[in-house]
Design a protein around this ligand. Sequence first.
Ligand SMILES: [Zn+2]
Ligand SMILES: [Zn+2]
Ligand SMILES: [Zn+2]
Length: 114
Amino acid sequence: MVRVHGISVHGCSVDAETRCAHYHSVLDIIAIKFFCCQMYYPCHLCHEAVADHPAQTWPADHFHEKAILCGACGSELTIEEYLACASRCPYCRTRFNPGCARHAPLYFDTPVIR
Ligand SMILES: [Zn+2]
Ligand SMILES: [Zn+2]
Ligand SMILES: [Zn+2]
């Protein structure tokens, strides 16, 4: 477990900006809170490796809750904010990996975004 801007992030080889053993490019700087355990992980593979239960996706009626952590500035985005942010933090304007958006259905009960 690592603290990123004071928030606990669980997973494999997590760094101070939420990169992990699976996703560690310069743009991989978000962690996602999982609906099942309300804990932040850098990615679904980290959750699979470390958590003792299957991952659950966020139901659409919870999209107003904060569930994405920007590793650059430490802001927590709501799921609505993240899905609308076009792979850029709305607070510090740092770019996120646009590839992450394609994985959104692994975390959120939402159709695939292209
Ligand atoms: Zn979980
Ligand atoms: Zn990972
Ligand atoms: Zn930010």
